[in-house]
Design a binder for this molecule. Sequence first.
Ligand SMILES: Nc1nc2c(ncn2[C@@H]2O[C@H](COP(=O)(O)OP(=O)(O)OP(=O)(O)O)[C@@H](O)[C@H]2O)c(=O)[nH]1
Ligand SMILES: [Mg+2]
Length: 239
Amino acid sequence: MKISIVIPALNEEAGIEAVLKQIPREKLHEAGYETEVIVVDNGSEDRTAEIARANGATVISQCERGYGNAYKEGFKNATGDIVVTGDADMTYPFDRTLELVEYLLGNDLEFLSTNRLEKLNPGLMAHIHALGTFVLTKIMNAFFSCPFRDSQSGMWIFKRYVWEAISVESPGMPFSQEIKIEAFTNGFRCAEVPIEYRQRVGESKLDTLYDGWDVFKQLMHRGLNKRKKKLSNFKNLFL
Ligand SMILES: Nc1nc2c(ncn2[C@@H]2O[C@H](COP(=O)(O)OP(=O)(O)OP(=O)(O)O)[C@@H](O)[C@H]2O)c(=O)[nH]1
Ligand SMILES: [Mg+2]
């Protein structure tokens, strides 16, 4: 069985080497998995691509900026049976890839997301981001009856055929909640597992106001559309 690890990166020269070194490729190999590591370089102006290549990753270029655009290009190039994702900034525990993959397979799951909030060390995420994530997650839960507790987590472990069966359009940060909504509402066997969220290396690319608004807008748009569709199935009849 083959695992594709897909990592979007925009100017992450400070963290990319440590992220790639954290992936337990030998341990995965010993456990019988073939691995490929794909770094999607999203138009970096620093040495991200060069460092990634030197550390054994296949580097793919996506010139069109955006977190979602980067993932779409990465998934298009992934050839594994299972895909594992995460940021290029040391916040996600890639060193636990084997356990996460075995959790997916052992529980007969198709899409496993991760929850950063349950074990969160309060110093590691800005209060505004933690609060924003909590509120956005509650809205997502209400609109789609989907029980994820961290709608914004960027580490997912899933069977690649799930990606081929769903339609995720967001070019930017809303991609993260959209992939979860799509996997869940299309009936795939989903679950969520708590992970340790770690100290970021390098500068954040997240624009709290712009990205927060973008994520909120996409959620409301999708949620209200779904509601409208449901209501349009109801006919007002007159005798
Ligand atoms: N925000 C953003 N991230 C991108 C883009 N292209 C690639 N990325 C990568 O996507 C990942 C997510 O961006 P981050 O800046 O870590 O956003 P975040 O995780 O919400 O914020 P932090 O908690 O500060 O890390 C990182 O690996 C980025 O390098 C882009 O256009 N915008
Ligand atoms: Mg990050």
